[in-house]
Ligand binder design. Structure first.
Ligand SMILES: *[C@@H]1O[C@H](CO)[C@@H](O)[C@H](O)[C@H]1NC(C)=O
Ligand SMILES: *[C@@H]1O[C@H](CO)[C@@H](O)[C@H](O)[C@H]1NC(C)=O
Length: 407
């Protein structure tokens, strides 16, 4: 059974299509600085001929490396970050959090199996009235529950919500801190940043994952003729609470529709159980998944619309997103820094500069001049280094055998 066949129908409130465009990221000055740095680097590169052998990277041998590899030393021998107390505290806190929660993966699934067993024992001991045993099991359950980050996140959020409704702000704050500690151990909330996946015949594309509250938003950094860059490719609702606020009089309360556009109306999705072979490959018996919406469009972003989707968490380094009705699933992996730079550069990073039949006149608006200069640089670079297939070797692309991994 493929995932897609496995899916039961779930319905979202699609108020989303309206709100979606407000998530489109703004151009920021940071990106421009980044861009000019890349180009400064490339100007010193005389030519780019020949196949590039794997570089034996040393900074002194830099100029003898083929152009494509010359950028690599930038990532070697970086100085260690200066000591920073704030940072150290954060690292300590993260280590502490990791110690109190079961690690995502089989650790967590085993813990949940144990909790299920104990719950069953508890029910049967309640039925037979063996009281000693009962308190023992209750205690075990209590301890186990405190080690499940997803459960703790959900319960702590609910507690915080409850405390707030009763005006107990101190206690709400404590619950929120507990919630954040648990959240920081959940991989579905640690996916920020750049990912690369193969969009069928469009080839490899880069996306940028950000969060608005507990809604994950994946924006295209490189696009295609259907869904261009800058548009949302998919989003997923990761909020653990299913509070139906559709009849709620106060729309400003937390968890109301306004704060979670992809409001869940159904039970959470069951994890995907992997076959033994797949489990060995991914190092986990099951994959958790979350409801979402995937964007599709006809050429030129016409008739763009969202359809049901699922975000599937594979582990630290991978996830996938499935466009359910069209049975399309894309795997995403982290690009290497070199590949990220290359794709960013080829995409022009920000908006597509205009097409110029002839150079703008000297009196033209400065923005037009800038666009022209940018476009020239982009074209030069497109010629200079095509993104070769080898660049993607670091990314698992999902082979023909995908299907059987998720049986
Ligand atoms: C330490 O790191 C934090 C966040 O990582 C940053 O905001 C702060 O400015 C840094 N402090 C110093 C002294 O570098
Ligand atoms: C990805 O999103 C973050 C957060 O909005 C933003 O700061 C960053 O510049 C984006 N990256 C790219 C390459 O657009």
């Amino acid at each position: 059974m493929t995932i897609v066949q496995n899916l039961s129908v779930f319905v979202f409130v699609v108020a989303l299509t309206q709100t979606a465009s407000s998530f489109v990221p703004q151009r920021s000055p940071v990106q421009k600085t980044f861009l000019s740095r890349i180009f400064l680097g490339s100007q010193n590169i005389p030519d780019a001929h020949g196949e590039s052998p794997k570089p034996t990277v040393s900074v002194t041998g830099y100029s003898s490396l083929p152009a494509q590899d010359r950028r690599q030393p930038e990532f070697q021998n970086l100085e260690p970050l200066p000591e920073n107390e704030t940072r150290q505290q954060r690292i300590d806190r993260e280590t502490r959090n990791r110690d109190c929660f079961a690690e995502f993966g089989d650790d967590l699934w085993n813990l949940r199996d144990a909790m299920n067993d104990w719950s069953r024992q508890l029910i049967s001991s309640l039925a037979s009235g063996t009281v000693d045993f009962e308190s023992d099991v209750r205690e075990k359950l209590r301890q186990a529950e405190a080690r499940d980050p997803e459960l703790v996140y959900m319960l702590a959020l609910a507690d915080a919500h409850e405390a707030k409704t009763q005006g107990q702000y101190e206690s709400a704050k404590a619950h929120e801190e507990r919630a954040q500690a648990a959240r920081s151990c959940l991989p579905q909330f640690q996916l920020d940043g750049l990912w690369v996946g193969k969009y069928g015949s469009h080839g490899y594309e880069m996306i940028n994952v950000t969060y608005v509250g507990d809604t994950l938003i994946a924006t295209k950094i490189t696009g295609d003729k259907n869904v261009p860059r800058g548009e949302i490719t998919f989003q997923a609702d990761l909020h653990p609470l299913c509070i139906d606020s559709s009849n709620h009089p106060d729309a400003n309360k937390p968890f109301s529709k306004s704060s979670s556009p992809l409001h869940k109306m159904t039970e959470p999705l069951q994890p995907i159980q992997l076959t033994d072979k797949a489990a060995r490959k991914w190092g986990t018996r099951q994959l958790s998944r979350y409801g979402g919406l995937g964007q599709v469009a006809e050429e030129g972003f016409r008739n763009h619309q969202y359809m049901d989707g699922q975000l599937i968490i594979i582990g630290d380094g991978y996830f996938s997103f499935a466009w359910v009705p069209i049975e399309q699933q894309i795997f995403f992996g982290r690009p290497s820094p070199e590949l990220a730079l290359k794709m960013l550069k080829n995409s022009g990073i920000s908006k597509v500069p205009g097409i110029f039949d002839q150079p703008p006149s000297i009196d033209a608006h400065v923005e037009t001049q800038k666009e022209y200069a940018m476009r020239c640089l982009e074209l030069t670079d497109e010629h200079r280094d095509e993104v070769g297939n080898n660049d993607f070797s670091c990314i698992w692309t999902g082979s023909d055998a995908d299907e059987c991994y998720f049986e």
